[in-house]
Design a protein around this ligand. Structure first.
Ligand SMILES: [Zn+2]
Length: 175
């Protein structure tokens, strides 16, 4: 069951009352429910406790990126622009439109034809080296649409340590 972006495991047991457990070490949320409790009642039960669940989830390990954004668009733009300017200059491209949104499966995307890049707003919760890496990556797509040898050669020239940043970024998971 997924409510408001939170995956909730359900286990039915021979118990009288449903209860929720949040496992701070990995961000799992589980509802133990009586055998005869219907899905819609479990859903209601979970919804009523959503703020409680979220509060407990906030205590989970630091490498999980919370699905909420504490930054305004302007904050994000101010942080992104110095990198975007730098790499656009290096690529001899004009600054594309930069958008921000919460994405669950990727850190960024690029639309070369529309000259637009989208950055995952959750990036702004991470150390800035990762923001820089994602910006450089997406801007390289303005020139090379695919992840071919030319793309990676471009990344090598713009950001020589991009591989270690990419590896570091893989250490963060979406919650
Ligand atoms: Zn890419």
């Amino acid at each position: 069951m997924r409510i408001d972006g939170i995956d909730i495991e359900i286990e039915k047991k021979t118990i009288k009352n449903a209860y929720i457990r949040v496992y701070p070490e990995n961000g799992r949320v589980k509802i133990n429910a009586p055998q005869n409790m219907t899905d819609s009642r479990i859903h209601e039960f979970a919804k009523r406790r959503l703020s409680w669940i979220k509060k407990h989830l906030e205590k989970t390990s630091a490498t999980e990126v919370p699905i909420r954004v504490a930054f305004t668009r302007d904050d994000m733009l101010q942080k992104s622009l110095p990198y975007a300017d730098k790499y656009c200059a290096a690529l001899n491209k004009s600054l594309p439109e930069i958008r921000f949104r919460i994405m669950r499966s990727r850190w960024g995307s690029c639309h070369p034809v529309k000259e637009k890049i989208t950055l995952n707003a959750l990036l702004f919760h991470l150390p800035e080296e990762f923001l820089e890496y994602v910006i450089a990556h997406e801007l390289c797509h303005l020139q090379e649409a695919n992840h071919g040898p030319k793309f990676y050669a471009l990344m090598d020239s713009l950001l020589p340590d991009w591989k270690s940043r990419r590896a570091g970024l893989k250490g963060f998971v979406f919650r």
